[in-house]
Structure formats: structure tokens, C-alpha cells
Design a protein around this ligand. Structure first.
Ligand code: GDP
Ligand code: IMO
Ligand code: MG
Length: 426
């Protein structure tokens, strides 16, 4: 059984919760894109984990893989690994030798680039993601395997410095001693992580050949994809299902199920178009109900109504087989519930969803209203089946299914594992 779980909106759909929920049925959990910009929340018997680099299956799967498509801050990874009790004795942790390394210099560059963008700033997470992928494609990047050789690290840091000297002017890193300190830190981290480094694509394929179950966990969301998101208000990697082929070295044709995680409404952190965005007290109410504050940065998330045209686009691009619908409990507590069913301009329906700021101008949105269903959740024994949901909540779920032509296989009504309804056995 080969699964990919990924977000169909602007990230933070609840991928961490869903991946963890499924992970005890899988042998291997693989991350294939992004880095510390991701914040995936997993609640395990009352304890909350916020994974940034480790796959969300790290509490229950027997092997976890950080794939080559990721950009990894090795110092942050060591800290994150320490936060999971018995991780390395219980779980085989594998880090791709080819994943690229985020250094403190890349984080400084991220903030500098944002300043220079001025009015066009993206609102990045300042985790050095963009600059690290820039170096990867400029072929000056540092890879995890380089961390085992101090001279290679130094050569690459100095090359990056020469290429980015102007941007690094008047920062701590214009001082050669500060750069040498980075070399030391990276070499030290490399020594600690060396035993986890592998050509992970070989291991993943071997696990597949043995008939083991593998789940690929996407970071970010379709609308943040560098190509198909709302450029330039996107992240610097691909976030579509197909990205796993490149970001983990595993053939996409072998994937059995693409599970798209959809929050029952939409949230977005950072700048960029958001057609169904709510403002004023309704936005504040939804943000408070859903505790919509960034997992990585703590920033208040922008919130709005579910957007069906956007989901249709995401379903097509990712070839989604089934949806995991999250936060149905949150949405039901609003005073009114709406769904965007279409976009038009000058009274004429749009053929494509808007993907740039200018395409969003003058947009008219059509909405359908639903009656709110109030608080929902499992009983004290933690048992709940679909039929136990209030009819108004089921109306919402079934409307979405009908409009999207995809079944809602999982429904999440809370952050814990037991607050999940499984309509299809996965
Ligand atoms: P991810 O980046 O897609 O993994 O999502 P985040 O972890 O950044 O944000 C999702 C937040 O919603 C986390 O705080 C989760 O614990 C929480 N969450 C996930 N599913 C549900 C749900 O069904 N109901 C509620 N109330 N919270 C949920
Ligand atoms: P998870 O995996 C939500 C957003 C940032 C910013 C843009 C670019 O938790 O869903 P970057 O630091 O990647 O250069 O920022 O992308 N962003 C996310 N928003 N969830 C995420 O990850 C995100 N990762 C990046 O807020 O708008
Ligand atoms: Mg998140």
C-alpha cells in the first residue's frame, strides 16, 4: 500500500494529524519537500508535537525518511530529534545524503530578500527556504553528505558568500570568523547525523519491493506550489503529489492512493491572493475557534470560506482519490457557514481560477449557505461513526463530495486521533 497525503489549500490543512492517524498502518513515512517552513502538529495522548523536519509518522512508523527534495537545517533537526523520546532506538531514521542544507546564512538571506522585495514581500517563514533552493539550482548548494568534510563545507560557504556578498553586507556573516563558526557548527552537526545519512531512494525502493507500506507526507499545500500556486506568493518547492518522484526518488506510478487533506474552511499565512478571505469579526471568530496561528511563526492566519473551484483545480493537478476533511468541528460553531461555488467577472463564469493578484481584481464570487451544526465530537468512549454526525454536518460533507466528485474518506473533528471518522478503510 503506497499512499501520499498532501494539502490541497494553502498549507496547515491538518496533514500532520492525518499522517499520524494513518501511520500505524505504514512501515515507512517519507517527507519529500520543504523544510523548517512546515509545521505539522501531532497530538499523542495529550502531548503535542510540532514537527518541522521529521515526518509526522515519527511517533509510530518503524522507518522515517527525510528525502532528497527537502532542505534541512541540521542543527534544528538534532534538536527536533531530541524532542521525541526514544526516537532513534524505536525508529530507523534515514536522511537523504542529497538533501540540501539550510545554514544560518540562508536564514539571514531570507530576511534580507524579504526586505528588498518591499511591497512585493511574500511573508516567508524566514527559515531560509528560498535561498537554500536558490543555491541548489545554482549548483552551489551544500548537501547533507558534504557535512562530513570540513574543507568542502568551507569551500561551499565561501562560494555562497562570494556570490551573495552584496546581500550579506553589514550582517554578521560579512565577518570571516562568523562564517568559520558556521563551518564548525555544520561539521559538528554532520558528525552527529552522519550515521543516519543514506541514498534514501534505494531504501525506499527496497521497502516497496518487500511489499511494505509506505506513506509520503507532503508539506505546504497545492496553492503554495512554486509552479501551480499563486506565484510569487508561494514557497520555493513543488508541493504537488507528483513532487514525490523527484523529492524522494520513488516512481509516482507506483502510488496507490492520493489523499488530499482539506480543511473545512481555508487559512493562509503570509501575503498573496485569497479570494474567499473573511474580514472583521467573522474572521476573528473563525480564527479564535480554530486557533489559527502559525505553527512555525505564531503569526495569525488569514481565514475564509471553503473554495470549491480552487479544490477542483487541486484535485485535478494531484489526481486525488480521496479527501480527508479536517476541522469540521470548528466550522460548525460559526453563526453561518458558506462555501464558494464559483467565480465570475462581469457576470460571466471564469474558466480558470485566478492565480495572480491582477486576475483576482474585479472577481465576483458565488456562495452557497449552510446551517451550522454546532459542536461535534466523539462520545466519552471515543466512538463515533458517520451516521452519528448531525444531519446538517452530513449535508455539508455530502455536498462537497458531490460537487468535487471525490469521496470524503476521513473526517476529522478534533486534534486527537480518536476525533476521526473513517468512512473508508485505509
Ligand atoms: P499541517 O501543517 O497541515 O500539519 O497543519 P498544522 O498542524 O499547521 O495546523 C493544523 C492545526 O489544527 C493543528 O493545531 C492541529 O492540531 C489542528 N487540527 C487538525 N485537525 C483538526 C480537527 O479536525 N479539528 C480541530 N479542532 N483541530 C484540528
Ligand atoms: P505546512 O507544511 C502554511 C507560506 C509562508 C509564505 C510562503 C513562502 O505547515 O502546511 P517560505 O518560508 O516557504 O519561503 O514562505 O509560504 N508557507 C506556509 N504556510 N503552511 C506551511 O507549511 C507553509 N510553508 C510555507 O507563510 O506565505
Ligand atoms: Mg502547518
Amino acid at each position: 500500500m503506497i499512499y501520499v497525503v498532501l494539502g490541497l489549500q494553502f498549507g496547515d490543512e491538518g496533514k500532520g494529524k492525518i499522517t499520524d492517524f494513518l501511520s500505524d498502518r505504514f512501515d515507512v513515512v517519507v517527507r519529500f519537500n520543504g523544510g523548517g517552513n512546515a509545521g505539522h502538529t501531532v497530538v499523542d495522548e495529550g502531548k503535542t508535537y510540532k514537527f518541522h523536519l521529521l515526518p509526522s509518522g515519527s511517533l509510530r512508523a518503524s522507518t522515517v525518511v527525510l528525502g532528497n527534495g527537502m532542505v534541512i537545517d541540521p542543527v534544528a533537526l538534532i534538536e527536533e530529534m531530541k524532542g521525541v523520546e526514544n526516537l532513534t532506538t524505536r525508529t530507523r531514521v534515514v536522511i537523504s545524503k542529497m538533501a540540501h542544507v539550510v545554514t544560518p546564512i540562508h536564514k539571514t538571506l531570507d530576511s534580507r530578500e524579504e526586505q528588498l522585495r518591499g511591497r512585493l514581500s511574500i511573508g516567508t517563514t524566514a527559515q531560509g527556504i528560498g535561498p537554500t533552493y536558490e543555491d541548489k539550482y545554482a549548483r552551489t548548494g551544500i548537501r547533507m553528505m558534504d557535512l562530513l568534510d570540513r574543507d568542502i563545507i568551507r569551500d561551499k560557504i565561501e562560494t555562497i558568500y562570494r556570490m551573495k556578498e552584496k546581500l550579506l553586507e553589514d550582517t554578521a556573516y560579512s565577518d570571516a570568523n562568523a562564517r568559520e563558526k558556521v563551518v564548525d557548527e555544520l561539521f559538528d552537526a554532520g558528525n552527529k547525523l552522519g550515521k543516519f545519512l543514506q541514498y534514501s531512494e534505494d531504501l525506499i525502493y527496497e521497502e516497496y519491493r518487500k511489499g511494505h507500506n509506505i506513506i509520503f507526507e507532503g508539506a505546504q499545500g497545492t496553492m503554495l506550489d512554486i509552479d501551480f500556486g499563486m506565484y510569487p506568493y508561494v514557497t520555493s518547492s513543488n508541493a504537488l503529489s507528483g513532487a514525490l518522484s523527484l523529492g524522494a526518488g520513488f516512481p509516482f506510478r507506483k502510488v496507490n492512493t492520493v489523499m488530499g487533506v482539506v480543511k473545512a474552511y481555508v487559512s493562509r499565512v503570509g501575503a498573496g491572493p485569497f479570494p474567499t478571505e473573511l474580514t472583521g469579526t467573522a474572521a476573528d471568530h473563525l480564527r479564535d475557534l480554530g486557533h489559527e496561528y502559525g505553527t512555525t511563526t505564531g503569526r495569525p492566519r488569514r481565514v475564509g470560506w471553503l473554495d470549491l473551484p480552487m479544490l477542483k483545480y487541486a484535485i485535478k493537478l494531484n489526481d486525488v482519490d480521496t479527501i480527508a476533511l479536517t476541522k469540521l468541528d470548528t466550522l460548525g460553531q460559526m453563526d453561518e457557514v458558506k462555501v464558494c461555488t464559483g467565480y465570475s467577472r462581469d457576470g460571466k463564469p471564469l474558466e480558470h481560477i485566478p492565480r495572480t493578484v491582477s486576475e483576482t481584481a474585479g472577481l465576483e464570487l458565488q456562495f452557497k449557505s449552510f446551517k451550522p451544526w454546532g459542536k461535534i465530537g466523539p462520545d466519552r468512549d471515543g466512538k463515533m461513526v458517520y451516521e452519528d454526525l448531525p444531519a446538517k454536518a452530513r449535508d455539508y460533507v455530502e455536498y462537497i463530495e458531490k460537487e468535487l466528485g471525490v469521496t470524503v474518506g476521513l473526517i476529522s473533528m478534533g486534534e486527537s486521533r480518536k476525533s476521526t471518522i473513517e468512512r473508508m478503510k485505509h
